[in-house]
Structures are given as structure tokens and as C-alpha cells.
Design a protein. Structure first.
Length: 440
């Protein structure tokens, strides 16, 4: 297993609230970072693969940086991660507030970038607000090229991309057309161990972990290679019940997690196994992911080091109560603290990913379903349902069209019977199965 960090890095840096996340969102197509008019919203380093013609690079948005050591341990962690990303960067996009002009923190950061010998483009942001000539001259004192931009309105962004392309070397045709990566979203309530799991799988402290809810504020992604499969892991903010989400920032955090689910092929729902129960919210999340969004699903019961005999018994009873869902998905007991079964998580993800890509021949599917309906005919309103053929039309999720006499008669009960027969015949555990009746 290797981290896929061979791609050139472009880092967006600067003080808090100068428009770094807005710039990231302007350039990134797939990943969106939180925008909120409050300093310190971005904590973890957020990244996305950017492709411009024959150039590929990793673009990273960093937390607001200060050259001074911070007393708050989380703020200091944010600072250290931003500094570490600067060390890795081939190009640094140094964002400043074009309306305010140069401030001492900007000057200190510029001095450090000179010492590191980095290729730097200073971006005087907020050029939708008139930037005075004196401010532009101030930024030129840094000794780096300066570009006036408006991240909000997209002005000057082409010039920024041209600068990056002039420095980042092109990649081969083979690398440009690499196979689709498995996208994995790690979801769950606050403080169940999502970030710890992400760090354990990556074998690095990629995500900030703290013993309080809300530490992770937006989806954080990193790519790894496992058994020659490229896997993109995304840690998401903790999701609370809707009535408990009141602050505007927390509403944005929930939206960030939902976007990660939409983009994922496989969703890993992390549950506090020591609580002895699957909460209503977790069950709703599981159904939403598996039945509504049709994503592959794995449920991990974390904190096994804290499980008591009583909580274990309660959880066994709950699993039996919801077996109609849990029998269809993969489950695993783990402990991020002791490392129990952590080594089984990536193989399980890869196994479910491979199952979701299974392809079935039309004749084989048709014959199997006809045989199942011969053994157990289906009826609706006293009329036997007729079936002609089946054909898989896509995978991830596996989607099968059923050519039938009366599509409206094939409701949840009838389709459920076909699904259960297919799951008994084929190894589809953890994968969602979509059946679409259509008129023959």
C-alpha cells in the first residue's frame, strides 16, 4: 500500500479570510471547501486533482497561516499542517487581501518562502473591489510576481493557471487516462473515530484528531494505492440529527458530508460500538446511503476496546432486529485505539468495490430470473406478472433492467423477491442493487 503523492503539489496559502477557499473552489471541479465569513473555518488541508490539458497536479487549500506559535493546540496543528504543505509544494499561490494591502504577517510569510526557494505567485485577491496602485506596489516588494484576481468572480484565474502550467511539467498520455479510482466516504456521528480511522489507514496524521465534536469541519481526501487499485479516501464532518444542527457553519459541514456521499462509490459508516446500539440517525443514514443513493455500504463498529458484555448483548439484539438491512451490507468490529481489525478495512473496501463492478451476461440473468419465477410466480391484483428478459445496463451500482408486461405492477415486494434471489445466487454483499422494470 502506497500513498499516491507523486503528483506535483500546488499549495494555496495566506492569512485567514483572504479568500483561499474561494480560490480553491474556483479551480477545483470535484471538491468544494467551506466558505464562511469567519476566520479559521478551514482546519485540515483540503485537496483535489486538477487537470489542465496535459498537466496534472494536486491543489491544496490550507488553513489560515500565522508565523507565530499558537496557544490553542488545534490552531497550532492547523499552522503546522499548512507549513508542511508549503514544504511539499512545487508552486505556492500566496493569497493576500488586495483591499487591505500588505500586513506584517504577509511580510513574514514572504520571507519564509524566499528562504525555502519556492516558486511563488502573489495573488492580490478581491480585485472586484478596486485595488489601489499603492497596494499592488506593496505586494511587489515581496520580490515575487504579482497577479490581481477576484476569486469570487473568476477574474485573473486564467493567468494563475497559466503560471502553474508554465512550472509544473506535463504528464504522459497513459497517466492522463488512468482507470477510475474507487471513491470512499467515511461518515458517522461526531466523535465516533472517523478521522482516527482515516489516519490509521493512511499510516499518517493526515486529519486533525481531537477529543471534542466538530474538529473536522469539511471533507478531507487523500489517495492511496492498495493491491494496484487506486482508492480515494474522504473523511467527513460528523453528522448530527437535523434538529440538533442550528449554527450556519454546522449546516455547511453537513452539506460537505452529503456531497462526499454523492461522490462516493463505497461509503463506510463508523459507529461507536461501545454504545451498544445503532441510533435512529445511524439507521436512517444507512438506509439513505444504501437504498436511496444506491452506494455500496460497510458499517464499522469502532471502540471495541470499550465494549462491555451488556453493550455487546444489546448490539447483537439490535443487529437481529435490523437484519433485513444488515444482512445485505458488510459489517466489521474494529478499534482505532488498539488497532483491532484495522488491517481488514482496506481489503474489505476493495472487496466490496470489486463486487459493485461485477458484470453479468444478459442470457445468464434472463435464464436465472425465469427459473426463479417458475418456482415462485409473482402476482399483483390476482394477475400473474410476466417477464421477458433482464439486462445489466451499468455497474457501481449494479443496475438491471427487467423487460416485463406491466412495469407499474412491479412494486417493492415483487422487486424485493428478485433482489433476494440474485443476492442468494451471486456474491453481492455490501453492494446496492437497482432493478428497473420497463415495458418489453
Amino acid at each position: 500500500m502506497n500513498n499516491s503523492n507523486s503528483m506535483p503539489v500546488v499549495a494555496i496559502v495566506g492569512r485567514p479570510n483572504v479568500g483561499k477557499s474561494t480560490l480553491f473552489n474556483r479551480i477545483s471541479h470535484d471538491v468544494k471547501t467551506l466558505i464562511f465569513d469567519e476566520p479559521g473555518v478551514t482546519r485540515d488541508v483540503i485537496g483535489d486533482v486538477i487537470q489542465i490539458k496535459d498537466t496534472q497536479f494536486m491543489l491544496y487549500d490550507t488553513g489560515g497561516i500565522s508565523m507565530r506559535v499558537q496557544k490553542d493546540p488545534i490552531l497550532e496543528e492547523v499552522r503546522q499542517r499548512a507549513l508542511a504543505m508549503i514544504e511539499r509544494a512545487v508552486v505556492v499561490l500566496f493569497v493576500c487581501d488586495g483591499e487591505v494591502g500588505l500586513v506584517p504577517d504577509d511580510f513574514e510569510l514572504a520571507k519564509m518562502l524566499h528562504k525555502l526557494g519556492k516558486k511563488v505567485l502573489v495573488l492580490a485577491n478581491k480585485s472586484d473591489i478596486k485595488i489601489s496602485e499603492s497596494h499592488l506596489h506593496e505586494f511587489a516588494r515581496f520580490g515575487f510576481p504579482v497577479q490581481a484576481i477576484s476569486a469570487t468572480h473568476g477574474r485573473g484565474i486564467d493567468a494563475v493557471l497559466n503560471y502553474i502550467v508554465s512550472i509544473v511539467p506535463p504528464v504522459s498520455e497513459h497517466d492522463l487516462h488512468e482507470k477510475e479510482r474507487c471513491r470512499v466516504a467515511i461518515i458517522g456521528k461526531p466523535n465516533v473515530g472517523k478521522s482516527s480511522l482515516m489516519n490509521e489507514m493512511l499510516k499518517q496524521d493526515r486529519v486533525i484528531v481531537a477529543d471534542k465534536p466538530g474538529t473536522t469541519r469539511e471533507a478531507v481526501s487523500e489517495s492511496i494505492t492498495f493491491y494496484q487499485e487506486d482508492i480515494k479516501l474522504t473523511d467527513t464532518p460528523g453528522m448530527r440529527r437535523q434538529r440538533g444542527v442550528s449554527e450556519p457553519l454546522e449546516q455547511l459541514m453537513v452539506k460537505s458530508a452529503l456531497r462526499a456521499i454523492d461522490a462516493a462509490h463505497v461509503v463506510v459508516l463508523v459507529v461507536d460500538g461501545s454504545s451498544g446500539e445503532l441510533s435512529d440517525q445511524e439507521l436512517k443514514l444507512a438506509f439513505y446511503v444504501f437504498e436511496e443513493k444506491h452506494k455500496s455500504l460497510i458499517i464499522l463498529f469502532n471502540k471495541q476496546d470499550l465494549v462491555t458484555d451488556e453493550s455487546k448483548e444489546t448490539l447483537v439484539q439490535q443487529k437481529d432486529m435490523y437484519k433485513y438491512l444488515l444482512d445485505k451490507v458488510e459489517t466489521l468490529s474494529i478499534s482505532c485505539k488498539t488497532g483491532k481489525n484495522i488491517g481488514k478495512v482496506l481489503p474489505l473496501i476493495n472487496m466490496v468495490w470489486q463486487r459493485s463492478r461485477a458484470q453479468f451476461a444478459r442470457d445468464e440473468l434472463t435464464m436465472f430470473i425465469k427459473e426463479a419465477l417458475t418456482r415462485h410466480p409473482l402476482y399483483k391484483g390476482g394477475q400473474m406478472l410476466t417477464f421477458a428478459r433482464a439486462e445489466q445496463v451499468r455497474f457501481t451500482p449494479i443496475t438491471i433492467e427487467l423487460s416485463v408486461g406491466n412495469p407499474s405492477a412491479w412494486e417493492a415486494t415483487q422487486l424485493g423477491y428478485i433482489e433476494n434471489q440474485l443476492r442468494k445466487k451471486y456474491d453481492l454483499k455490501g453492494t446496492s442493487l437497482v432493478l428497473i422494470p420497463k415495458k418489453w
